[in-house]
Write a protein that binds this ligand. Structure first.
Ligand SMILES: [Fe+2]
Length: 157
């Protein structure tokens, strides 16, 4: 079950490396663009850590379609297709990105707990690094949203 969940996240993170550049490109707020670009680098590290975890369990790195992340990204893409005010679009992009972050935080929280119960402190530590980066990325988005949402809400139409 642990490995199945790792495969799921291996797929989810790879989907995110494709989605994040699109989100950066479609964002208007420079701070938001920068946040997505820096999280792309972190996401690549998350993929490397998952590959390390496969190795620590003597398993080959392989993906299992993450239907959850697929759905979240697909919903996000619908927002990108909408022709709306740039502030509103940025607010909607943040909402979509935070859904992805929360999904990851939930999944890595589970993996950390399972690694602990399996007596694999080495794995628990690696998952912890990723979990902390996901939480920081989410907090950064909270900060950007709090500045941006007021502007977005002032747009009427
Ligand atoms: Fe990640």
């Amino acid at each position: 079950m642990f490995i199945e969940e790792v495969r799921d996240m291996y797929d989810a993170e790879q989907r995110l490396t494709k989605a994040l550049p699109k989100l950066a490109e479609e964002s208007t707020t420079p701070e938001l663009k920068a946040a997505f670009e820096s999280h792309l680098g972190e996401t690549e590290t998350h993929i490397t850590r998952l590959e390390q975890i496969f190795g620590m369990f003597d398993r080959k790195a392989q993906t299992d379609t993450c239907k959850g992340m697929k759905g979240i990204i697909s919903e996000g893409e619908d927002i990108l297709d909408e022709d709306t005010d740039p502030w509103i679009k940025d607010a909607a992009i943040i909402a979509a990105a935070q859904k992805a972050e929360h999904y990851e935080i939930a999944a890595y929280g589970t993996l950390r707990a399972w690694a602990r119960i399996l007596g694999r402190q080495d794995v628990e530590q690696l998952v912890e690094f990723t979990l902390e980066e996901e939480k920081k990325a989410d907090e950064k988005l909270n900060g950007i949203a709090s500045r941006l949402n007021a502007r977005a809400a002032s747009v009427r139409g």
